[in-house]
Design a protein around this ligand. Structure first.
Ligand SMILES: Cc1cc2nc3c(=O)[nH]c(=O)nc-3n(C[C@H](O)[C@H](O)[C@H](O)COP(=O)(O)OP(=O)(O)OC[C@H]3O[C@@H](n4cnc5c(N)ncnc54)[C@H](O)[C@@H]3O)c2cc1C
Length: 570
């Protein structure tokens, strides 16, 4: 038992099929073995950070045939990449800025992101969808202004457009968004962008990277570098926080993909480097779905501080955000403050006839935008483009800035730079590389799952929307052990089989990994997350052989952390 508690982790990259027959204990015992293997070889590319950028870079590099190691200090997608507005977009505000400031740089970024939007939708249809967004207009002139702007958005997206922008009558707007405030509603403009389930997309990237041969470790932080006689990076010390052990790995090239934390890694490699990242804090809140029924989203075009606020259908709720406030780097997870909640509710109530109050807030979360520094100005005015920096002395490659929508381009550019450094340039393959979960996925997946499993519509819909074609593996687990088919708690779609799947196939090691990062419950519904902690924790403790101290940390510790996050918003 003690041995099992210590032996955690696995290299799941090359061995997905055999994993299907493994029990969690066996998976855990192979983590140590994976470390042994990792310390014996020289990786071509070591990637630090398992958010969208790092997981995307790992997939890109492994699919080009490089030997890749990906290390993530917490869990995949645990930082900014699960805290986004979940839009795959060119950015209508950036387009407005491009036109107003005649900025070619902004225009290029919008065009690039609009083209990438179509690619992301094709790569993972099970966790993305085209989204209709509606902007209510309080005068006809406003309507014409936005309509022309959004037509330009259509033109720039060219053949990759997701649908044509339209000027709606007041009645048409109310049909799509019945709770829109009627006073001062003259007309509305409808346009299209994409929506993604960011945390599932992040996992799909890591999972696919592993399937392409990447060795992946979550809960593993890079703590220091080793340099050769020429001062070039040649190795790194990594601390596995789950095993409480440190390991030394050798690499020929290192990519820093730590988003808002990038300066820390840059200065570990080269202490004289000046900081390049400026972080801006953005928060979202979740409101009940009945406050904005329907499948369309609302775009509030102008706040007092010159921002946009979105209200978007997300899971069974409405996601409202975001704020944009220059901030210090915050290492711990944070949520909305009371002031943030008031700010977002004020705009919801101004545009929706819902009279929402603090008590209606189901959940909330905050993230840090990693913006590339320019001196002066507001963070909301910074161009959200990315930059690849290679430190000429240490050789560290840093992927700086960017946004979810352009993760693939960021990854491609970072790996291109690595290829040059390795004197072994290979072409990028990710434009056509469909992610795991989407390869056999179609509208028949739900029917097949229902027939195969006998689960009701709610569970089937939930599983397919998270796991795509991989949900058949969840059903297989329930078939092998029928007690796993039961729901964990009544009224929620989570089954024991899904939890077992997360442990067996998805590297979930802590209760928070499951509830916050694989299911996303913490981000959508605080009360449901709190209710799930105890049963999920007890199951994991038994399956993974947790010690008393681990149970305290992963169950009680998480409970306290979440309670604190909730209290901050009151
Ligand atoms: C409020 C908000 C809304 C947004 N909305 C959108 C949107 O709608 N659409 C869009 O396209 N973009 C959006 N973005 C931007 C997008 O979310 C980010 O650009 C993107 O997620 C950044 O990903 P990343 O991988 O670079 O950083 P992160 O996701 O922060 O990942 C960095 C990772 O590095 C890890 N790490 C740090 N130090 C170490 C270490 N020493 N060793 C190992 N690992 C380490 C961290 O644990 C972390 O997981 C939004 C951002 C914010 C904040």
């Amino acid at each position: 038992m003690l041995l099992l508690a210590i032996n955690t982790g696995y290299k799941f990259g090359n061995n997905l099929t055999s994993l299907s027959r493994m029990q969690p204990q066996h998976i855990l015992s192979s983590r140590q073995a994976s470390w042994q293997a990792a310390t014996q070889q020289v990786f071509d590319i070591v990637i630090i950070g398992g958010g969208a950028t790092g997981a995307g870079a790992a997939l890109d590099a492994a699919s080009r045939g490089y030997r890749v190691l990906l290390v993530e200090a917490d869990d995949f997608g645990s930082a900014t990449s699960s805290k986004s507005t979940k839009l795959i977009h060119g950015g209508v505000r950036y387009l407005e800025q491009a036109v107003k400031k005649l900025s070619y740089q902004q225009y290029r970024m919008v065009r690039k992101a609009l083209h990438e939007r179509a690619t992301l939708l094709q790569l993972a249809p099970h966790i993305t969808r085209p989204l209709q967004l509606i902007t209510p207009c309080r005068t006809w002139l406003e309507g014409v202004y936005y309509y022309i702007g959004l037509k330009l958005y259509d033109v720039i997206s060219g053949r990759t457009h997701l649908g044509k922008s339209q000027l709606l009558t007041r009645r048409q707007a109310l049909e799509k968004l019945p709770t829109l405030r009627r006073q001062q509603l003259y007309t509305a403009v409808l346009y299209y962008d994409g929506q993604l389930d960011d945390l599932r997309y992040n996992w799909a990237l890591a999972h696919t990277a592993a399937a392409e041969g990447t060795t992946c470790f979550n809960h593993t932080a890079l703590t220091s570098f080793e340099k050769d006689a020429q001062g070039r990076l040649c190795g790194a010390w990594l601390h596995d926080r789950y095993l409480q052990q440190s390991f030394f790995v050798r690499g020929r090239c290192f990519i820093n993909a730590t988003g808002p934390f990038a300066d820390g890694i840059r200065q570990l490699a080269q202490p004289t480097l000046a900081p390049r990242i400026r972080v801006s804090k953005g928060v979202h809140i979740l409101l009940p779905k009945h406050m904005m029924p329907g499948a369309s989203a609302l775009l509030i075009p102008q706040t007092k501080d010159g921002r946009l606020v979105f209200a978007i259908p997300y899971q069974k709720h409405v996601l409202v955000g975001t704020t944009d406030e220059e901030a210090e780097l915050i290492a711990e997870e944070f949520g909305p403050t009371r002031a943030d909640v008031q700010y977002l509710l004020e705009y919801c109530n101004a545009y929706l006839d819902i009279n929402a109050g603090e008590a209606d807030v189901k959940a909330g979360f905050g993230g840090l935008r990693p913006l590339v520094k320019k001196l002066g100005g507001h963070t909301k005015d910074l161009v959200r483009d990315h930059e690849i920096e290679t430190d000429p002395q240490s050789g560290l490659i840093s992927i700086l800035g960017g946004k979810w929508t352009t993760y693939r381009l960021m990854a491609r550019d970072g790996v291109d730079a690595a290829g040059q450094q390795l004197h072994d340039v290979r072409p990028c393959r990710t434009q056509q590389l469909v992610l795991l979960g989407s390869r056999q996925y179609s509208h028949h997946t739900a029917i097949a799952l229902q027939q195969h499993s006998g689960w009701d519509h709610e569970i089937v819909k939930h599983l397919v929307s998270k796991y795509g074609d991989q949900s058949m593996l969840v059903a297989q687990l329930a078939q092998q052990q029928p007690s796993l088919a039961q729901r964990i708690l009544p009224g929620m779609p989570y089954t024991w089989a899904e939890l077992q799947y997360n442990l067996q196939y998805e590297m979930a090691l802590t209760v928070k990994d499951v509830i916050a990062r694989r299911w996303g419950t913490q981000l959508a519904d605080w009360q449901q997350a709190l209710q799930l902690i105890a049963p999920v924790g007890q199951y994991m403790a038994q399956q993974l052989g947790w010690s008393h101290a681990q149970q305290t940390e992963y169950i009680d510790g998480y409970q306290q952390q979440l309670a604190q996050l909730i209290a901050q918003s009151k």
